[in-house]
Design a protein. Structure first.
Length: 284
């Protein structure tokens, strides 16, 4: 019964105590394990005054535009994150880059409503985004709409971007958050990377400020995975013999099925992203 009570309290807290913010998990789109910095923030964390739901680096925890690309080649990579959030007024993101080409406009964020209304924000290197490492590439940000919210012990950092949405979004339903990267992939050679203008973006977290109700991703937003795992571990530890074996087999089956569904959803998201981009790019 205490677990049921805990779940009720957790759902109530997600619904009422932080109603202005909707944390959006990247679990469905994460394609890379980014562990560049030790002791990176994990789970429900408040960074720069905004709550984020951050995945652990023990598994894929970020979407990285560099994945499946080749050094020296410009290519467009797209992340399509489906949501269903009414009355969105602003979005906060945690985005940095690998390397960085000063003043480049390779990266953009598009916000698409259910009726097709779209707002796109371009993220300029050296103003809105910069290299994750305080070193040889771009180190400047504007310090207002983009601020540093985490400092690693190895000169690493995480920056937060705040994007204000048009007033008309307050009466609509936000359906997709799309990150587009048209950069070029570098390698370990600094001179080469600077010569080709190497830069790829990666994103750790997304949170939407909304006046309405979030109707999708609720299970992901309140991070029940950790609580579920604790409950399962405790239940298994109390079982013995045949019952323990059955529970273990059930867990393995669930994890396998979950992995298969995640792969299917990833493929569907890619297809949906291509079709969505084609629609929003057509002239009205």
């Amino acid at each position: 019964m205490r677990y049921i009570a805990a779940l009720i309290i957790l759902f109530a807290a997600a619904s009422f105590s932080n109603a202005e913010y909707v944390t959006v998990s990247l679990r469905s789109v994460a394609n890379d394990v980014d562990n560049y910095m030790p002791k990176m923030p994990v789970g429900l964390q408040t960074l720069g005054g905004v709550p984020f739901d951050l995945l652990p680096a023990s598994d894929k925890n970020a979407w990285n535009a560099q994945v499946d690309t080749s050094a020296g080649t410009h290519s467009t990579r797209t992340m399509v994150l489906p949501v269903t959030i009414k009355g969105a007024t602003a979005v906060d993101t945690l985005i940095n880059t690998l390397q960085g080409a000063p003043e480049s406009n390779y990266v953009s964020l598009s916000f698409v409503c259910s009726d097709g209304t779209t707002h796109t924000a371009t993220l300029k290197e050296g103003t809105d985004i910069r290299d994750w490492f305080d070193g040889l590439y771009v180190n400047k940000i504007n310090g207002s709409s983009t601020t540093q919210v985490f400092a690693g012990t190895n000169h690493g950092r995480i920056d937060k971007q705040h994007i204000t949405l048009p007033d008309e979004f307050a009466n609509k339903t936000l359906s997709y958050i799309i990150l587009t990267d048209a950069g070029v992939t570098g390698n370990g050679d600094v001179a080469y990377c600077k010569r080709i203008g190497a830069q790829r973006a990666f994103i750790y977290g997304v949170t939407v400020t909304a006046t309405g109700k979030a109707e999708a991703n609720v299970a992901e937003q309140i991070s029940l995975d950790r609580l579920s795992q604790e409950m399962t571990d405790e239940a298994i530890s109390k079982l013995k013999g045949k019952a323990a074996k059955q529970m273990s087999d059930l867990l393995l089956k669930y994890q396998k099925d979950q992995s298969t569904l995640a792969q299917q959803r990833h493929s569907l998201d890619d297809e949906m992203g291509r079709e969505t981009l084609e629609l929003v790019s057509k002239p009205a």
